[in-house]
Design a protein around this ligand. Structure first.
Ligand code: ADP
Ligand code: MG
Length: 595
């Protein structure tokens, strides 16, 4: 079609285009909000620590002053030692509390991200790479953490010392303070200019890390195909390009950081030398005492240390803001159930006893520009088996996805047991439907974990009945761990057909009144398919079954067959009727449907 031909295929590993505004310091601080209590303690402790540090030069002043008058002031020295020890202890408490808070912030961010990732509309996963999303939970939250411990944390105690030292210096000598601040201002200006660049670069570098994760996911999820295609080296090079990009950006950040250090070093040296020169001249002239000059210089260094910390805090905080933007981008996405606010507390409308299990009226839908379902109208009577057949790409899987409300129709109405599905909370609707998706996965975990997904309360007997119904009970009993046998390398390895049967057992055990099965017998051999048909038939005694099928034997069991082609329902009837009325069905029956 012209539309499909003119739009270039999107690069499968590139994340969605970046449209988020940069994160701000306020956003970072908002994560600290829920830790207000601990942070209050931290502030108190920081003041205490700063006080203990600031008192030290005063003791030095007293000691030096006493030496000048001939007798060392022992109590001043003793107090100095006590101050040093106490400051160390307070520092330890402060660091512990801050690190703990930072861990708490990371936990909070991860919780919000994980909750969001599980609730994103299915559509978001059509356009995003799982690997990139995963890297936001891992790597980006870690960067935010480092900003809190390495940056904001030190900055808090540091700024108290900084201000205290400046006050002390002002009391000691205003001229020397003026010189000091002048030199330092130059360094501060340089840091402010450089840090904006760091934030941008870090965001780009984290995006490259996200692309690496997405690429790893792509290569590992298709590992056998990649190896068998001899593409290991090429895939490796693809990944390496993104890893290289992250490296280059990281190096650029390092370069800016490296330039900042000598700048702040120069500020330290310059301020010290200027103070020493001017101060020495004034001591010689008799307008300043030696003790005051030494004390001033001690305060100078006391002030310069937090300044250096402040510079590096600016760097880490700017990096964190780059990473935070990626976290906020995900958190700002809609959740699937955002439209359910006014459904809060609404129970499922009481089922209308005589309404059909499912009705579609004039349903149209498209993923993009091309319509995939066109004016679909069909009725699934309660207690029936309805089969949907049609060439691949006809829209059969999409039809089931709309019933599950993974997507919303562009036009038309879908009713479940007489109720418009838009009036049902998704959770209620889904709890009433057992769904076996096409190529259904077995989830990591044990056989039991897989069965209990839809029915967390099911007991062993129920699990065994469901496994028996799909001919999987013997296979599970062969394993010493039985239901608790773990899927995967060390436990039970399931074939494609066994995975399919496990998925059907999972849907059966839920006991939902409607079963949606998407080509459930695709990879079953004749014997197992026979067992499956019996399982489906017996399941249908208590419920409604809507089954997408491509095997004549399965289809022939159906009470009603719906034939789809290119998004339309082209015929409905029984096998015998359709053989007479639908050329497409006749053709399918003669070819693909016959196995
Ligand atoms: P069937 O199950 O009958 O083989 P599907 O419902 O899977 O058909 O697909 C119908 C059409 O919709 C196909 O053309 C397919 O390419 C397209 N399609 C299916 N899923 C998506 C999706 N997630 N995003 C975009 N297009 C899709
Ligand atoms: Mg399909």
């Amino acid at each position: 079609s012209p539309t499909a031909a003119s739009s270039p295929a999107p690069d499968p590993t590139s994340p969605a285009p970046d449209t988020t505004p940069p994160a701000r310091l306020r956003d970072l601080l908002s994560y600290l909000g829920e830790h207000r209590a601990v942070l209050g303690v931290v502030v108190v402790v920081s003041f205490l620590g700063a006080g203990l540090s600031l008192a030290q030069p005063l003791m030095v002043n007293r000691a030096i002053g006493s030496v000048g008058s001939g007798a060392l002031d022992r109590s001043a020295v003793g107090l100095l030692v006590a101050l040093v020890v106490a400051a160390g202890l307070v520092g330890a408490v402060q660091q512990y509390l801050l690190e703990r808070t930072a861990e708490g912030v990371v936990l909070g961010a991860r919780r919000r991200l994980l909750a969001k990732l599980l609730r994103l509309p299915v559509r978001e996963y059509d356009v995003r790479r799982t690997g990139d999303l995963v890297s936001r939970v891992g790597s980006d939250t870690t960067l935010v953490r480092s900003a809190l411990t390495g940056g904001l944390v030190d900055a808090l105690g540091g700024s108290i010392v900084f201000v205290g030292a400046i006050v002390a210096m002002a009391l000691l000598d205003l001229v020397l303070l003026g010189i000091t601040l002048g030199v330092i201002l130059v360094a501060v200006a340089a840091v402010v200019v450089a840090s904006g660049r760091i934030q941008t670069l870090t965001k780009q570098s984290q995006e490259a890390v996200g692309r690496v994760a997405a690429g790893v996911e792509r290569a590992l999820s298709g590992l056998r195909t990649v190896r068998a295609s001899g593409a290991t080296e090429r895939e490796g090079r693809r990944l390496e390009e993104d890893a290289q990009a992250a490296y280059v950006l990281g190096v650029r950040v390092a370069r800016i950081g490296a330039i900042l250090w000598p700048v702040s070093g120069l500020a330290v040296q310059g301020a010290f030398l200027a103070v020493l020169g001017v101060g020495g001249y004034r001591v010689a002239a008799g307008t300043l005492t030696v003790a005051d000059l030494v004390t001033f210089i001690l305060f100078l260094f006391m002030m310069l240390m937090p300044l250096g910390q402040g510079f590096s805090a600016v760097v880490t905080v700017r990096s964190a803001l780059g990473a935070l933007a990626r976290i906020q981008e995900v958190l700002a996405l809609p959740s699937e159930d955002d439209d359910e606010g006014d459904l809060d507390g609404v129970r499922a409308p009481v089922a209308t006893v005589h309404a059909p299990a499912v009705e579609l009226a004039g349903v149209s839908f498209s993923y993009g520009d091309e319509p995939v379902l066109r004016d679909v109208t069909l009725t699934v009577p309660r207690g029936s088996i309805t089969a949907v057949v049609g060439p691949s790409g006809a829209g059969k899987t999409t039809l089931l996805a709309l019933l599950e409300r993974f997507y919303e129709p562009d036009a038309g109405v879908i009713r479940f047991e007489g109720a418009d599905v838009r009036a049902l909370p998704r959770a209620v609707l889904r709890s009433r439907i057992g769904y076996v998706e096409q190529d259904a996965p077995a989830l990591a975990g044990s056989i039991r974990d897989n069965l209990l997904l839809a029915a967390p309360g099911a007991d062993d007997a129920a699990c065994r009945r469901a496994l028996d119904a799909v001919n999987l009970l013997d296979r599970v009993d062969q394993h010493p761990a039985g239901l608790d046998a773990v899927l995967g390398d060390d436990g039970v390895g399931l074939s494609g057909g066994e995975r399919q049967r496990l998925a059907i057992a999972r849907a059966l055990i839920g006991g939902a009144p409607l079963l949606l099965l998407d080509e459930p017998t695709a990879s079953l051999d004749g014997r197992n398919e026979q067992a499956m048909r019996e399982a489906i038939r017996s399941a249908a005694e208590q419920r409604t079954v809507l089954i997408v099928a491509h095997r004549l034997a399965t289809v022939a069991d159906a009470d009603q067959i719906v034939v789809m082609e290119a998004g339309r329902v082209v015929a409905t009837g029984t096998h015998a009727e359709l053989l007479g009325t639908s050329p497409l069905y006749r053709e399918l029956a003669e070819h693909q449907l016959l196995v």
